[in-house]
Design a protein. Structure first.
Length: 95
């Protein structure tokens, strides 16, 4: 889902229901799938996505090791999305 504000209103778009394939079960594969779905459904390039993408909301399993102190795995989705899009460490926030 994509959330954005425009003219003082929040908008929510269901981009796509995407079933993960087996090559998307790791951190890098999930990040590539996310970027692919966003660029496809929003009709933008990865460069444009990198310039407008500011915050990523995700389930705990996709958190970083620092954020997920208990529980299951840490796929660090924000780290890999940032890496693929060429963003610096603090350009994309997430929780």
């Amino acid at each position: 889902m994509t959330y954005f504000f425009c003219n003082g209103k929040i908008y929510v778009i269901l981009n796509k229901l995407q079933k993960l394939s087996t090559d998307q079960y790791d951190s890098f594969g999930t990040a590539k799938m996310l970027i692919s779905v966003l660029t496809e459904t929003l009709g933008i390039t990865e460069t444009k996505l990198a310039s407008i993408f500011t915050h990523l909301v995700y389930d705990g399993v996709y958190a970083s090791k620092e954020d997920r102190i208990r529980g299951g795995g840490c796929l660090e989705l924000k780290k890999y999305v940032s890496e693929i899009l060429g963003l610096g460490d603090n350009e994309l926030t997430g929780n």
